[in-house]
Design a protein around this ligand. Structure first.
Ligand code: NAD
Ligand code: DAU
Length: 363
């Protein structure tokens, strides 16, 4: 249990919501290690996507603590604001998977829209003496801008919102609430709209870890439609450095798009993953892996054709991605190789049921 008598010694006490998820855990680690004078309060409901195993290396640090809590319950959020004298929020908690939103949209509104509104209400109340001293950073997605055709200019912050999936509609709505709290009540907010992330600790419902997991388990690779949809892939640690910069230097009320300037079709990514996985496996001689079979399956409903980000504004703030796509993808593959126990733990019975329902052919 965290000793709350030490609380006043921290310069900032930041609530990171969704800190046990993929990006959230990288964000907690980044802030805990970089800012020993900040207390990081990881507020997470531990849904299927939350995993405290992502945070083992920082869980005993003096400037970190975990709180089990649900953003859908305002009284829980309020209680934690009070107990930890929260000064700032970095909000990542969300239902984040498009396919799940197509099957069950309601929970996306409950968590992504109403949960965000709860956080905003609590922040508005707790920080009312001087909003300028407290920042609310909201992590959002490029999917709110809809879909690009092949030759269209990448998304700028000024693009119209045109979400297509229940997931992106719920994130778009949450963005509007964050801006509304700035415009109406004067809350000090920033928003980042980011492209597809990849890296260690990503739950294997998303394309990259799903492909790696299937290759490791000699399962075929399910590709929606013709596999030519395009995403702009960003390494997760580059996303967390962008969040850090926007949180500290971003202008109150502004939005920043963040992307890897790294557009790939799904088939490009899958082929790169197959090559890398076979290569890494040959070097480590760990598993018997056969060249996997690609299975073209029914397309995702409302499948957005292309996402791409115009990075001009965040670059002007001083951000750039640290490493190349090839290096980062190899690092990612190596991480899943080394952490097969992590993969086994998260691909439990619940995951197997999910997989059967989503992909019909199950095993
Ligand atoms: P994730 O699904 O891996 O993790 C989500 C986390 O939120 C989990 O730890 C989960 O337990 C927690 N959570 C869910 N509902 C909650 C609730 N009601 N109360 C408290 N915690 C709850 O998600 P991710 O991929 O790490 O994405 C994090 C954020 O970044 C999301 O807001 C997402 O929309 C956004 N984003 C993700 C990507 C991407 O490529 N993954 C890209 C752009 C933006
Ligand atoms: O663009 C940012 C968004 O990226 C985030 O806001 C979301 O939280 C995140 O999930 C991600 O959304 P996508 O739908 O783009 O990611 P996903 O990994 O689910 O799919 C990437 C592409 O791969 C997409 O075109 C669908 C395709 N795909 C995905 C899966 C899971 C397949 O072809 N087969 C699959 O089995």
């Amino acid at each position: 249990m965290f000793d709350t008598t030490k609380i006043d010694s921290f310069k900032k006490r930041i609530m990171i919501t969704g800190g046990a998820g993929f990006i959230g855990s990288h964000c907690c680690r980044y802030f805990v290690n970089k800012y020993p004078d900040y207390l990081i309060v990881n507020f997470d409901a531990l849904t299927y996507a939350g995993n405290l195993g992502n945070l083992r290396d920082i869980e005993t640090k003096d400037n970190y603590c975990f709180v089990l809590g649900d953003i859908r319950k305002s009284e829980e959020v309020s209680r934690i604001f009070e107990r930890y004298k929260i000064t700032d929020v970095i909000h990542l908690a969300a239902e984040s998977h498009v396919d799940r939103s197509i099957k069950n949209p309601n929970v996306f509104v409950e968590t992504n829209v109403l949960g965000t509104l709860n956080l905003l209400n609590v922040a508005k109340e707790f920080w009312k003496e001087d909003y300028s001293k407290h920042r609310f950073h909201h992590v959002s997605t490029d999917e709110v801008y809809g879909s690009l055709s092949e030759n269209e200019h990448p998304f700028k912050e000024t693009n119209k919102y045109m979400p297509h999936s229940p997931y992106s509609a719920s994130k778009a709505s949450s963005d509007h609430f964050v801006r509304a709290f700035h415009d109406t009540y004067g809350l000090n907010v920033t928003i980042s709209n980011c492209s597809n992330n990849y890296g260690p600790n990503q739950f294997p419902e998303k394309l990259i870890p799903l492909v790696i997991n299937n290759i490791l388990n000699s399962k075929e690779i399910p590709v929606y439609g013709n596999g030519l949809n395009i995403r702009d892939w960003l390494y997760v640690e580059d996303h967390t450095s962008a969040i850090d910069l926007i949180f500290h230097e971003g202008i109150n009320g502004e939005t920043y798009n963040v992307g890897g300037h790294n557009e790939k079709t799904n088939l490009d990514i899958i082929n790169d993953l197959i090559d890398l996985t076979l290569e890494v496996n040959k070097k480590t001689l760990k598993n018997v892996i056969l060249k996997p079979r690609i299975n073209f399956i029914q397309d995702r409903l409302g499948h957005d054709k292309r996402y791409a980000i115009d990075n001009t504004k965040i670059k002007a703030l001083g951000w750039k991605p640290a490493n190349s796509y090839k290096k980062n993808l190899e690092k990612t593959v190596r991480w899943y190789f080394k952490n097969q126990k992590w993969l086994e733990d998260v691909t439990n019975k619940e995951y197997q049921n999910y997989y059967k329902t989503m992909y019909k052919n199950g095993e």
